[in-house]
Ligand binder design. Structure first.
Ligand SMILES: Cc1cc2nc3c(=O)[nH]c(=O)nc-3n(C[C@H](O)[C@H](O)[C@H](O)COP(=O)(O)OP(=O)(O)OC[C@H]3O[C@@H](n4cnc5c(N)ncnc54)[C@H](O)[C@@H]3O)c2cc1C
Length: 445
């Protein structure tokens, strides 16, 4: 079957690109997967660059469809809720779900990427070219130019799919040809990683939670790793007081952490070294349109819609793009000129919805989670979820534990909040009845 199909080029062998290669090869396409880096399965890990991420239902669903979920989950660490670390006092646990048993999963981004690379490489028809950085693309002919250690290399494909991340060169080429517009909104915040090593051979903190140190205008989080360490990520302002720019000397670093993150000090012996040597990453939202040109070139994952990481959905959303594109190819009998516009129509609103929810969640994580009002609201939400199973579902559950389209999640949650707000004064019995009826009406409407 593959001999009858033209070769598809996928640019970028990250999470979306490798997954896409697997899905396309399964459809019988010969796939050329181009990656600017050397093979990560043989190379060195970059210092201080997001070594773990939270995988939830959307990513798992995409992996399940190609039989990879079990293998990936073997090394995952389930996190059932948030552990909030105040400046003084004991940490408090907040469950992610009303039932208390649903979890997002901490996994190594590198291990997930390698598992997807192995899966793609094992499929007949997939050819992986490492050390190939795309530097030129003609969107009408599909002609590409790559920089390689041996010099410039040209290649052509009937369809070119850009899965080359937030700084996408494919997107840049489309921009250069004047067939795409983009907006990049950077936050005044950056991120930096620190490590909490194992303590006496075990986890230094509870590994079944995502740890948060909310500090109002900034925060730190920590996710567990299979080697019993934790990767902490600081999300701090890049400039101004108490920012990455203002904190340089070992004494100032130690003083700052002792004041704002006192429980970290005994757990992070390499704190100052990590802080001084790990890079500060940028955080932002990428929007562009269109996502496809003439059924010949398209963008997926961060290349089309990079978002801030505060909902833990960037990779999940990228993997969901692949599932949707596969579905569109099914529905369009593999006519790419119909499938790519359909993919764009179905995904664009959803990407915008999660981009907005991710931005809003930054305020929730760094500030609101610590407030008694927020904690009461969460308890009420969980009570409603238990009282109205499947009818009242929190935004967090819909985003993380379902594949309900993101745009639909926003609409449904707005409806739920409106009803809860309107009847809150009337007591729980009245509330339960009203929410149930309103949601029923919303579903029919
Ligand atoms: C601090 C942080 C925490 C995060 N936490 C989470 C989380 O908990 N959960 C979650 O779901 N998401 C999370 N994310 C987001 C997630 O990492 C991204 O959304 C995801 O990696 C996007 O996958 P991608 O394949 O689209 O892009 P990438 O993973 O960026 O892959 C792009 C690939 O393209 C290659 N490439 C780039 N340019 C070229 C070129 N010119 N030619 C050839 N190849 C090229 C790159 O080398 C790379 O391999 C987080 C992100 C950050 C920054």
């Amino acid at each position: 079957m593959s001999a009858e199909r033209d070769e598809i080029a996928v640019v970028g062998a990250g999470l979306a690109g490798c997954l896409l290669a697997c899905y396309l090869a399964r459809r019988g396409y010969p796939v050329a997967l181009y990656e600017r880096r050397p093979d990560p399965r043989t190379g060195r890990v970059e210092r201080g660059r997001s070594i773990n991420l939270a995988l939830s239902e959307r990513g798992l669903d995409a992996l399940r469809r190609i039989g990879l979920a079990e293998q990936v989950m073997a090394d995952a660490l389930p996190m059932r809720g948030r552990m909030i670390h105040p400046v003084a006092g004991e940490p408090q646990f907040q469950s992610y779900s009303g039932s208390g048993d649903r979890a997002i999963n901490s996994i190594s981004r590198g291990a997930l990427n390698n598992a997807l690379l192995d899966a793609a490489a094992a499929l007949p028809g997939v050819r992986i070219a490492f050390d190939h950085r795309l530097v030129g693309l003609d969107p009408t002919s599909g002609e590409m130019t790559f920089e390689t250690p041996q010099g410039k290399v040209a290649a052509t494909a009937s369809v070119v799919l850009g899965a080359d991340g937030a700084g996408s060169a494919v997107r840049g080429q489309l921009l250069g040809y004047g067939v795409l517009t983009e907006s990049l909104d950077f936050l005044d915040y950056g991120y930096k990683e620190l490590t909490i090593p194992p303590l006496g051979g075990d986890f230094a903190l509870d590994p079944s939670a995502l740890h948060i140190w909310p500090r109002g205008t900034s925060m730190m989080i920590a996710l567990p790793n299979p080697d019993r360490s934790f990767t902490c990520t600081l999300f701090w302002p890049t400039h101004g007081t108490a920012s990455f720019a203002s904190l340089g000397s070992p004494a100032a670093i130690e003083r700052h952490f002792a004041t704002h993150y006192p429980d970290l000090i005994p757990l992070a012996p390499n704190l100052v070294d990590d802080y001084q040597h790990n890079p500060v990453g940028v955080l932002g939202t990428v929007r562009c349109a269109p996502w496809q040109v003439a059924g010949k070139v398209a963008l997926l994952g961060d290349a089309a819609h990079a978002i801030v990481p505060f909902y833990g959905q960037g990779a999940n959303c990228a993997m969901e793009d692949v599932v949707e594109l596969d579905r569109c190819l099914d529905e369009c009998d593999d006519d790419w000129s119909a499938a790519l516009p359909l993919y764009q129509r179905r995904r664009q609103d959803n990407a915008e919805a999660i981009a907005r929810m991710a931005l809003a969640n930054f305020v929730e994580m760094r500030d609101k989670v610590a407030s008694p009002v927020f904690q009461t609201r969460k308890r009420v939400e969980h009570a409603l979820e238990r009282a109205l199973p499947g009818r009242y579902v929190s935004q967090y559950e819909l985003v993380s534990f379902s594949t309900t389209p993101y745009a639909q999640v926003r609409r449904r949650v707005r409806r739920q909040y409106a009803v809860v707000g309107a009847v809150a004064a009337g007591g729980l019995a009245l509330l339960v009845g009203a929410v149930g009826a309103a949601i029923g009406r919303g579903r029919r409407g």
